[in-house]
Design a protein around this ligand. Structure first.
Ligand code: ADP
Ligand code: MG
Length: 728
């Protein structure tokens, strides 16, 4: 019987031959057809209900009970017209996946018949039996249950035959139990503060929304090969496997021609995305073999976050039809690039202005500079929190691994803007003379659009880079829910803009002209935030040493990074901005620590099993073959010849024994360490124990296994090798 590995390789080869090409389609004809968007709302709802939902979306106004009934009825009719039979409150619990519990529209009637029913109360609020979602002790402490509540700012959609209603998930006592709730609060506060600052420049601005354009990197692997790798299946990454002789050295994958099988998957996945109103525009090969990227047009941040959660789910579903498995882990394979999810972020007004895009006049440019400088100041003051927002067991492999942005948070702005800020920093305090103003307007502020147009500066090694009309937060992990970094980003920005306005208003009250006051406060912000800027190569080892001298923090592990969440500074930041209270932050901190520890625990168990059940027995089988051969040689050769001929094989026999004992010894020590840390009461202590003591065993055991992989007869090796997985 062929081994699992060879059956998997055969299945993969067969599949390549029978791949199907999806039907043709015209995007404009299908875009948003599965979304309860404005067009569907107008068709299926009264004008009154339609206007109420729009007001809720734009102004956050409440939707009354009557109207909710009308909306529910409209949603139901639309859903039935699309063939949906069920509905679900769709939410994003802190597990990192999306959650749904489907209920049917139909209800039996006493006469033995059935009707389709969906009311306002079912739309607005539900109580999922969600006691198993992580809550960081919130619901135990308060002995309260959780409920989901409709988020009218993100439109409902149909997946399969189910109407999905985006919702928040909160405890009855009001604490957030999900990713969306704090995000919505952060978006609200940044709207409020950014609108107030934007009104310095244009009184017509009534609303500012954060925009997010994410870029999702991922790997594809054939399902048969995936199924034959217990580590990939249970942990999302390979815990062992020797590097392939050829990896990404030749850079021949990046932007290369997309293999047909992959292109067919992408086409079908894009088709499904368009129907869900997700404006996917970009697809290309990434750096590592079998690594790809997809990105939509940017959208309002809440919708964009929902779309990313949806996309991760959708990719997985569509991939199955093509016998692919999507790997969104940050580091599925050692030795080749990992995957990130760049978060492109900006702020846009309801008057159609991107606040981080330089304008055509000195006035709009001063507005641009205001938001630009305030972003830098916010990042400077809260770099630690941004680091915490992207911390996860998976991302630890990526940050600082000479290919992803480093764990050191710094900002890149390019040489031209650096010059602009340097010029502004030189301004003297106090009111400006007319000459100074002319000089500023002509030669500093006025020059921005020109210089940015031919700003070809592109630093790909910075974790937080300005890219012409937005900032790109590159350190986010590929499996992350964007809500976390977006909650932090928008909260720190709101906080900074409030502080900025307070100072500007103070100067204006003291008799200074508005523009002068803005210049004065900007100058201070530039000076105070200067140290966050770094224009060099973030991947170089020199930077790590230099950064340390400059006072940057290089926080490499998740348990350490998460601590910033519960610093007094962060707790009061979240509290003051109404984003999370102390209980909510503490709960989140606890959940994230637990998640980290459990992930390492699972990895450690899986590697222990594979090493013990796959690697060691295979090595012994091969060793026996060698022993048999040596015995045979001894029989047929005279002693002198035997000694000469069998030397290498005897060494191999010995080497195998040594590697096996090392594996077994480390496995036992690793289990003992797990036992010790499992007994600890505090989540923090457990996580640190797993990070500092358990985790290093993974590398030690892997090292020996990978050496054995090179030694053992290929025919005996039970696990698909890197060269087979990565070049599937
Ligand atoms: P890359 O980073 O690969 O060079 P681009 O610079 O072209 O790519 O843009 C990357 C992403 O930035 C796109 O997904 C796009 O939607 C997003 N983006 C562009 N403008 C904005 C904006 N104002 N706000 C948020 N995201 C934006
Ligand atoms: Mg990018």
């Amino acid at each position: 019987m062929p081994s699992i590995r060879f059956s998997a390789l055969q299945a993969n080869t067969n599949r390549k031959a029978v791949e199907y090409e999806p039907e043709n389609f015209v995007v404009s004809q299908i875009f948003g057809e599965n979304v309860f968007n404005k067009k569907a709302m107008r068709e299926f709802m009264s004008a009154e209900a339609y206007n109420s939902v729009l007001a809720a979306m734009d102004k956050g106004s409440k939707i009354g009970r009557d109207i909710a009934d009308q909306v529910a009825s409209g949603m139901k009719s639309w859903s039935l017209s699309k063939g949906a039979t069920h509905y679900t409150h769709w939410f994003q619990p802190l597990t990192g996946a999306t959650a749904e519990k489907h209920d049917s529209f139909f209800q039996p009637t006493p006469g033995g018949e059935a009707i389709e029913k969906f009311t306002g109360s079912l739309l607005v609020q539900q109580e999922p039996d969600a006691s198993s979602f992580p809550n960081g002790g919130i619901r135990n402490t308060f002995e309260a249950r959780g409920y989901t509540a409709w988020d009218p700012t993100s439109p409902a959609f149909i997946m399969g035959r189910t109407l999905c209603i985006p919702t928040v998930f909160v405890a009855y006592t009001g604490e957030a139990l999900d990713f969306k709730t704090p995000l919505l609060r952060a978006l609200q506060v940044v709207d409020q503060e950014a609108t107030a600052v934007a009104q310095y420049f244009d009184k017509n601005v009534k609303k500012v929304h954060a925009t997010l354009g994410w870029e999702q990197e991922y790997f594809l692997v054939d399902t048969a090969l995936y199924e034959a790798r217990p580590d990939l299946k249970l942990t999302g990454r390979t815990l062992l496997g020797h590097s392939a002789a050829k990896g990404q050295q030749l850079d021949d994958h990046y932007f290369g021609s997309i293999p047909d099988r992959v292109r067919f998957f992408m086409r079908e996945f894009e088709y499904e995305s368009y129907r869900l109103g997700i404006p996917v525009t970009t697809r290309h090969n990434e750096v590592a073999p079998s690594q790809f990227e997809m990105a939509p047009m940017f959208e309002e941040a809440n919708i964009s976050v929902d779309h990313n959660s949806l996309v991760m789910d959708l990719m997985d579903k569509v991939a199955r039809r093509h016998n692919f498995k999507v790997l969104c882990h940050e580091k599925p394979y050692a030795g080749v690039n990992g995957s990130g999810k760049h978060n492109n972020w900006s702020l846009a007004t309801d008057t159609g202005i991107n606040l981080l895009s330089p304008g055509k006049t000195p006035k709009t440019n001063l507005q641009f500079l205001t938001f630009f400088v305030n972003t830098l100041k916010a990042v400077h003051d809260h770099a630690d929190l941004l680091r915490a927002a992207i911390a996860s067991a998976g991302n630890d492999h990526r940050l600082g691994a000479n290919e992803a942005p480093p764990a050191i948070i710094s900002a890149f702005i390019g040489s031209q803007l650096t010059e602009t800020l340097n010029a502004l920093e030189k301004l003297e305090k106090g009111s400006l003379s007319p000459e100074q103003k002319t000089e500023l307007k002509l030669n500093v502020v006025g020059k921005i659009p020109e210089i940015l147009l031919d700003n070809t500066d592109r630093n790909r090694t910075s974790p937080f880079a300005f890219t012409g009309n937005k900032f790109e937060f590159r350190a986010v992990g590929s499996s992350a829910n964007c809500a976390q970094p977006m909650t932090v980003m928008n909260t720190i920005m709101a906080n900074q803009l409030r502080a900025f306005r307070k100072e500007v208003d103070g100067l204006i009250e003291g008799g200074m002209k508005k523009d002068d006051a803005i210049f004065n406060v900007l100058r201070d912000c530039i000076e105070e935030s200067k140290s966050i800027r770094f224009e060099g190569d973030g991947y170089s080892d020199d930077w790590v040493t230099a950064a340390e001298k400059l006072g940057f923090k290089n926080v490499k592990s998740t348990p350490q990074a998460l601590d910033f969440y519960i610093s007094e500074k962060a707790l009061s930041l979240f509290e003051d901005n109404g984003v999370m209270n102390r209980v909510e932050v503490a709960a989140r901190h606890e959940i994230l620590l637990e998640e980290y520890q459990k992930k390492i625990q699972i990895e450690s168990r899986v590697l222990g099993d594979i090493a013990g059940n796959h690697v060691v027995p295979t090595a012994i089988t091969y060793q026996n073959r060698l022993i048999e051969n040596v015995r045979g040689l001894k029989e047929v050769l005279d002693q002198k010849k035997f000694e000469k001929v069998a030397k290498e094989q005897l060494q191999m026999i010995e080497e195998i024994s040594e590697r096996i004992s090392s594996i077994i010894g480390d496995k036992e020590a690793m289990i003992a360490a797990r036992k010790k840390f499992n007994k600890l009461a505090l989540a923090k202590d457990k996580a640190v124990g797993y990070c500092d003591v358990v985790f290093p065993y993974l590398d030690k055991i892997r090292y020996q296994c990978d050496k054995l992989e090179l030694l053992v007869d290929d025919e005996l090796w039970p696990l698909p090798k890197y060269r087979e997985l990565i070049f599937a």
